[in-house]
Design a binder for this molecule. Structure first.
Ligand SMILES: [Zn+2]
Length: 342
């Protein structure tokens, strides 16, 4: 933390502290001490065994550096900004709080892991109290070969992930996450020196949509499709037993169920499973509320901001294949049943 306070409540910045009087944490009111030195960003720290809720971030050097960097970056644009501001109405202390026109914006620089539930509560807390909130992730959130759950939950509504490398002052925008036909995760990235961005451009990283690359699709080779019979994990066993109960043979399922990639960013099961289940429950008519009900039952990854519904794309594909015929805004007639007569 950069600001501690005297017993009387006066705020003191770490750089201005002359060590003549004891200082306490403005959150938990426990005694804090000054940490400084060549390797350290000068800051206040709790003594061991603190269970402070407001500065629970562990305050790594990267986190402290990031807060400092963001603060001076915003300040340099003549924007009203406060470090470690206390919001009593919601008992939160965002890393930074800024005011632009009449918008109140919280910036959180998240370096350490945070449980999904907490991320959701804090985000909704800000929104319910009229604050906008931008989460900026630390470098531990960079995407790797796969999208880890802790990273996925920060995907923004435009499909981007915004990270700050506070040591080098670089802002990373990772976006257009897509699986390719080998089910490998791909994305594009853009790196900016933070000093070359203004807040307006920064905000765009969160909302402007990125041009999606058109990646090739393919159909799973037939031998691989048959090899699914030997998969031993519970989901495949359930899938195969559904086929058995419904008297469908894996070998006879329509090839378009096995389009690759079969991974999506939002559903936890391969596409052939939910596509099969969807086709299997079709009656002569399909309504949008049935679609909703189906979607709600799908096992889904936790994504707080990012919304995508691959099933709706599949429905469009079924329309193109003349399996579904749209007969109203929210209704379809089922023209053929591709799982029957096989
Ligand atoms: Zn504290």
């Amino acid at each position: 933390m950069f600001y501690a306070q005297t017993i009387e409540g006066r705020r003191v910045h770490a750089n201005d502290y002359d060590r003549t009087q004891p200082l306490i944490c403005p959150g938990c009111r426990a005694r804090v001490y000054l940490k400084s030195g060549n390797k350290n960003v000068t800051h206040f720290a709790h003594y061991a065994n603190s269970d402070c809720q407001q500065f629970s971030e562990g305050e790594s050097q990267r986190h402290l550096l990031g807060k400092q960097l963001l603060y001076s970056w915003i300040k340099s644009q003549n924007i009203k900004v406060e470090l470690e501001a206390w919001l009593p109405e919601m008992k939160q202390r965002p890393d930074l709080l800024l005011e632009i026109d009449h918008r109140r914006i919280a910036l959180e620089y998240q370096c350490s892991p945070i449980p999904y539930k907490k991320l959701k509560e804090r985000t909704q807390g800000y929104q319910n109290h009229g604050y906008e909130i931008y989460w900026i992730c630390g470098i531990d959130y960079f995407p790797h070969e796969r999208l880890r759950d802790k990273t996925r939950m920060f995907l923004q509504k435009n499909g981007s992930l915004v990270c700050l490398d506070s040591v080098n002052g670089l802002v990373y925008q990772f976006g257009d996450f897509q699986y390719n036909k080998y089910n490998k995760l791909t994305w594009v990235q853009q790196i900016n020196n933070i000093s070359l961005l203004n807040v307006n451009e920064f905000e765009k990283l969160y909302c402007d949509s990125i041009d999606r690359r058109v990646l090739q699709k393919t159909t799973m080779p037939y031998p691989k499709q048959i090899a699914l019979l030997y998969k031993k994990d519970q989901r495949h066993r359930d899938f195969l037993s559904d086929l058995y109960v419904n008297q469908h043979a894996l070998a006879n399922l329509p090839a378009f169920l096995f389009t690759l990639p079969n991974k999506t960013l939002v559903y936890q099961i391969p596409a052939y499973m939910w596509k099969y289940a969807f086709l299997n429950q079709l009656q002569s008519r399909l309504t949008y509320s049935q679609v909703q009900t189906f979607i709600e039952k799908l096992p889904r990854y936790e994504t707080l901001f990012y919304k995508e519904e691959p099933l709706l794309d599949f429905i469009k594909e079924l329309e193109a294949r003349k399996i579904l015929k749209r007969i109203g805004k929210k209704e379809w007639q089922v023209s053929s049943f591709p799982l029957r007569n096989k």
